[in-house]
Design a protein around this ligand. Structure first.
Ligand code: ZN
Ligand code: ZN
Length: 257
């Protein structure tokens, strides 16, 4: 019955995968084909023990974390921000494909068991309220609620600079520095959050990590509020040195584009 329904939808509507644009075999099972999920490139060692950036050779800490240690202790990502997975993230974030949050979060949980181990709560990286209003949702929040852990919306973004993706790496820290706080939307500090966050272990959740500037700014705000340990887990990651991907399914050429 389910198979027949898939056949009908595929024949008459021919919906395509948001990752590779191939017609979906089982369109009722989701907007991404199995090959695209399998093609997500994992970021494998050697990688920075702090931020998870891929490293060119066996070393413990990347140059960025050495020069300016971040306020988070550990950051990991489900896969490389490239190819099909980049298209999937775009569809989720910009084209309103919110049901993708579930399968993306499952990938994050597969990779991020160490990050999520023994934490008190997950905190989604907030959008500025105006951007959240225009988008209609916060993609980080949609991912955070999928982990089955308490979700604490403890952070506010008080400054709405240009999107990080539009800036060179050197400007990203300045763009988000001081933009986040544990204050309320109207600017007063929240003693309720201060009591709740004191001594806790928190995982920040976001869709994409590039330089880590946004996660560091959020972590600084959480540490200032008394959090003992901040880790971070993102869906995708742009890396400094590209890892060698596993050989995989039919859309490998697209994944490597
Ligand atoms: Zn696909
Ligand atoms: Zn690093």
């Amino acid at each position: 019955m389910w198979s027949a329904a898939n056949d009908v939808v595929r024949t008459f509507l021919a919906p395509v995968c948001v990752g590779c644009e191939a017609v979906l075999d089982r369109p009722l099972s989701g907007a991404v084909c199995d090959a695209c999920w399998r093609a997500v490139v994992r970021i494998t060692p050697p990688l920075c023990v702090i931020c998870g950036d891929a490293l060119p050779a066996t070393q413990d800490v990347c140059a960025r974390c050495t020069a300016s240690p971040p306020h988070f202790t550990l950051a990991r990502s489900a896969g490389l921000y490239d190819g099909c997975f980049r298209n999937v993230i775009h569809a989720f974030k910009y084209n309103g494909r919110r049901p993708l949050a579930g399968p993306i979060a499952r990938l994050m949980m597969d990779v991020g068991a160490d990050v999520l181990d023994d934490v008190d709560a997950v905190v989604p990286v907030p959008l500025h309220p105006w951007r959240a209003f225009r988008r209609g949702f916060n993609q980080a929040d949609d991912l955070a609620v999928c982990f089955g852990l308490p979700v604490w919306r403890a952070l506010r973004r008080s400054r709405n600079g240009p999107p990080q993706a539009s800036l060179p790496a050197s400007d990203r820290g300045t763009n988000v520095g001081g933009a986040f706080s544990c204050r309320s939307m109207f600017g007063w500090s929240s003693p309720w959050w201060a009591r709740r966050l004191e001594g806790r272990s928190i995982v920040l959740v976001d869709d994409v990590m590039t330089t880590g500037a946004t996660l560091d700014a959020c972590s600084a705000a959480l540490v200032a509020a008394g959090v003992r340990n901040v880790r971070a887990l993102t869906a995708a990651r742009a890396v400094t040195v590209r890892p060698v991907p596993r050989l995989g399914p039919h859309r490998r050429a697209t994944a490597l584009r």
